[in-house]
Ligand binder design. Sequence first.
Ligand code: ADP
Ligand code: ADP
Ligand code: MG
Length: 692
Amino acid sequence: MFNKILIANRGEIACRVAATCARLAIKTVAVYSDVDARAQHVSACDEAVHIGGNTPAESYLNGQRIIEAALATGAQAIHPGYGFLSENAGFAQACADAGLVFIGPSPVSIEAMGLKAESKRLMGAAGVPLVPGYHGSDQDPALLQREADAIGYPVLIKASAGGGGRGLRVVNHADEFEAALTSCQREAIHSFGSDAVLIEKYVQRPRHIEVQVFGDTHGNYVHLFERDCSVQRRHQKVLEEAPAPGMTDALRTEMGAAAVAAARAVNYVGAGTVEFIVEQKPDGSMNFFFMEMNTRLQVEHPVTEAITGQDLVAWQLRVAAGEKLPLQQDQLHITGHAIEARLCAENPDHDFLPSTGTLQMLRWPEGVTFARGAVRVDSGVREGDVISPYYDSMLAKLIVHGANRVEALARLDRALAQTQIVGLHSNVQFLRHVLQSPSFAQAELDTALIAREQNRLLNQEKLGLPLTAAAHIASTLVAERALQNPDPFSRRDGWRAYGAATRRFDLEFHGKPVRADLRYGRDDALHLSLRMDGAAADVDAKTRVAITVENLQGALQFSATAQGLVIEFAGQTCTAVCHSVSHEKGLETHIFTAQAASKIIAIDVFSHAGDAPTQGGRLSAPMPGKVVSFAVQAGDVVKIGQVLAIMEAMKMEHTIAAPADGVVAELLYAPGDQVAEGAALLRLESTQAVPA
Ligand code: ADP
Ligand code: ADP
Ligand code: MG
């Protein structure tokens, strides 16, 4: 076994690999970029080497610097994690050339599976079932169109070198094919350096079921059963579970054998995943087809670890050190059910735009441990960390195990409810809504579940104004009393802290002003009335929709316990944890309860920030990132909604669209430029300036 390895990655996966190494007494070397100097993965390792730069190309994709770091620190092997260099055959070869062990398959196996089209040809020859499609090397657009017509619509165009759910286009009709092809090729060349595509039949309402495989250098192969990753958003996994609901023993055996055959066909060594797209027949039976093989450890490997009781990183290390697979097929068994949720810094209410900023508060659920039956948190961030725009938006994974699916789901929901994040937008509440949706709960799974139910998932009942405002006011009073009296709950009469019988709070809830009046009653309670009025919600420029006026009065009662504030107001009771952070308009209080999370702003009348409206005709970056391209030039006449520019941040592309009709006066950046959040990208002038 190795004495020391280098981990060529960051974030949760670098920490996760380091944890197993620590357990096996293998020393670890971290590498880091400038922004990651104080990142958790650096402290999780025994030593660390600064690679420099911030963009992936300068840092975690800089294979040569990483190999130099391994040699300089005396590491014997390199674990690439997932993403970055993990599926880079050139890097695997460079490791070997430098006398280092690449913890993964051989460069030849990576290459064979690296391109979706080539791997399909290989798999077809090995007898693995394929989706009907075209994966030839002739890329003549007319030929591709004929192939698509022959397959029958809908078809899926895939960038052969693509990954991460990108470079995919669904085409529903023949006349949409050409435009989709061009757009797919453009993304493919930009993101993956090759515009080769393949075309497949688009399976309707499919499930994504993948099989974990392992090979060793002695010619042994096993599979560690399947994972269901059907719950996706834009072809990217959101929730993953094992085993797959509804899987029969016969189908499991058949899919396992196909996955092992795929691995065997390329002399696979180490951990790999064979992904299948599964067609669901009306009679409940399932047809599976090979989609691709990922020649690395997968993000969702912990659910397999949970149901098999195995540590897959330990397996990888043993196999890379030349040992035999720790177990044979008949020694592997499934126990219970596991599910993973990917926690991302993104804003579900703004089309899942990645979110950057400081993690002002970060609380994980109780009972964090690797043990089965408990909640496992694989995280790469800590409270106080700054989430930069340079890397992907996944902060952590929550993984739970239960005796069965119902138990696992309930445990995950509870774990998400106990996860508290302030400072960034996150998908925590959205994940809970997916988890609680009847279709997911009943395991009616397919890859379009989220797209189909998105409206309902996004417009779930949030913690309403009454409890949110009451929680904010209660927490304010507690904080004030704590400053004055070490035992604030022993007396009630002292609440009249300001000598006035009524105290007014100017609040803002979901962008609307709220006035709260707190009156100190003769009885024990505080009387709180809330008014939310005056604000008209703009739907579009023509329609003005008045919002409902809420006028709620009630007695506010609260007490503080170790769990948080127990608040009673307007007939509702909840236990809330409140956390306040400063906001440009005053103080923002985040409220977390078992049901939902919410936030409210206490307006500081002395703060004038935030009331300067953005100037007309200025188009700014929604977040820090890189300008990919401009779709317009100075002098172009544009219509409202027209695409002006494409930005990239956190590995996602964002479209900047015209907010109004106008003429492009000036482009303020060039493609490739890094821009700050809020930076104006171009200047737009009103159309009237143009002669007719
Ligand atoms: P999984 O391991 O579950 O298949 P993904 O397919 O989402 O997960 O990819 C795993 C990781 O690989 C991602 O988090 C990302 O870091 C990286 N990755 C995948 N595709 C790309 C890509 N096209 N460009 C950059 N990174 C990618
Ligand atoms: P990536 O390398 O980006 O992970 P995949 O080939 O694995 O690309 O496909 C990503 C996702 O796209 C799948 O998980 C599935 O949801 C969907 N998908 C892929 N192929 C098909 C298909 N033939 N029919 C329907 N959906 C598909
Ligand atoms: Mg895939």
